[in-house]
Design a protein around this ligand. Sequence first.
Ligand SMILES: CC(C)(COP(=O)(O)OP(=O)(O)OC[C@H]1O[C@@H](n2cnc3c(N)ncnc32)[C@H](O)[C@@H]1OP(=O)(O)O)[C@@H](O)C(=O)NCCC(=O)NCCS
Length: 144
Amino acid sequence: MEEEDIQAVVEIENLSYPNPWREMTFRGELYNQPVSFPFVMVHKFQEKIIGYVIFWCLKDRAQINNIAVHPDFRRMGVAEAVMRQVLDQIKKAGAGLVTLEVRPSNSAARSMYYKLDFEVLGIKENYYNNPPEDALVMGKFLDQ
Ligand SMILES: CC(C)(COP(=O)(O)OP(=O)(O)OC[C@H]1O[C@@H](n2cnc3c(N)ncnc32)[C@H](O)[C@@H]1OP(=O)(O)O)[C@@H](O)C(=O)NCCC(=O)NCCS
């Protein structure tokens, strides 16, 4: 992800979440967060941004902070393929555990994480706003 990608990323973010990250949050990930790895997903033929993923990696721990695919390109295997690449990179970087938070109501994301062999590690109560909801903390241990 680069500066010129932010507008397209924010458009997808706004289509994807009831409480979307703002532009400045993405800039923070790009410029002020050395442990952050922000990537865009680019359509091979249309050459436009159709999604993004941001993960943090610090020593033996990693966290998926955001992943979204434009609604027009969902259910085509894009996020799953990208997540598999991300998990591979995280493993190569030497992290043994990758975690994330997800709304229990987000059945699409939960199904994807289960398919990728994430398991529920815990719950953060009243974690989300708009609408208020707990967060499931999901994690996957990566064999070294
Ligand atoms: C979650 C999200 C990233 C999935 O992206 P995607 O590219 O459509 O997902 P994929 O096509 O790669 O699907 C992979 C698997 O996820 C699950 N899945 C994805 N969308 C689903 C849906 N609408 N309903 C049920 N399961 C779904 C399925 O298990 C699917 O495997 P299958 O196709 O073999 O059934 C996308 O729905 C999205 O951008 N949602 C809004 C943002 C969001 O919620 N991000 C996650 C925050 S924790």
